[in-house]
Design a protein around this ligand. Structure first.
Ligand code: SF4
Ligand code: SF4
Length: 217
């Protein structure tokens, strides 16, 4: 018998969340609705502290690279099981970083060629990151200072604000990854946290998380 996609059973001491995809593709509408519901349960349960149990046919351990909708749902379900809200915040933060890495790296959005990305091809430069490029030295891009978190051509900071940035060249391709359409960011972070992420660029995740905890209601 076909099971319901999402069912929530709540008793005095526990909440059971059932999710069955049964090999169906996860539609965006469905994902958004369930993320909303899951976040509501987590917030409501912050004070009640009921046991949350998950019953699903999804592999909650899977390192999902190809399907970001599944990645989001898996992360939301795993987050339900994390009782400490700061630990949960960090888990969701890293899952959102993973989501964006999957989008950019797996889909080769920045079209790196010989270490030069699409946005910097006209300047023929390897150095620097998107934000340095865009904000710090727009008139003399050849003199870009290297962000302290760029090591061997890679960012070691897991800076979510930087990951949510897209340069004009990338936007021209129709790529738009924003605070609204990355479900983990949209539903798990409140308005103040979104602002904090937006203005915490060139920043190591430890510092960003410290700031986000101040608004982790
Ligand atoms: S977003 Fe633009 S500037 Fe940043 S790495 Fe990608 S192509 Fe380069
Ligand atoms: S923190 Fe931002 S600017 Fe610095 S290396 Fe990472 S992505 Fe680039």
């Amino acid at each position: 018998m076909k099971k319901n996609y999402l069912k929530i059973n709540e008793s005095k001491d526990s909440i059971e969340i059932q999710v069955y995809l049964e090999n169906q593709e996860l539609e965006e509408k469905k994902l958004n609705a369930s993320m909303k519901q899951i976040v509501k349960i987590i917030k409501r349960n912050n004070r009640k502290k009921k046991e949350i149990m998950i019953d699903t046919d999804l592999d909650l351990e899977k390192d999902e690279k190809k399907d970001n909708k599944r990645l989001s749902l898996i992360a939301a379900l795993n987050a339900c099981k994390i009782k400490d809200k700061n630990e949960r915040l960090e888990y969701i933060y890293m899952a959102a970083c993973k989501y964006l890495d999957n989008e950019y790296i797996e889909k080769n959005i920045c079209e790196f060629c010989n270490d030069i990305c699409l946005g910097k091809q006209k300047y023929n430069i390897k150095n620097g990151c998107c934000h340095e490029f865009k904000l710090k030295n727009i008139f003399y891009p050849k003199n870009l200072p290297l962000c302290q978190y760029q090591k061997e051509g890679k960012c070691i900071a897991d800076c979510l604000g930087c990951k949510l940035f897209a340069c004009d060249e990338v936007r021209k391709k129709g790529v738009k990854l924003t605070y609204y359409n990355v479900p983990l960011v949209r539903y798990f972070f409140n308005f103040a946290q979104k602002i904090m992420i937006r203005f915490s660029v060139f920043t190591h995740k430890d510092t960003v998380l410290k700031r986000l905890r101040l608004f982790n209601f």
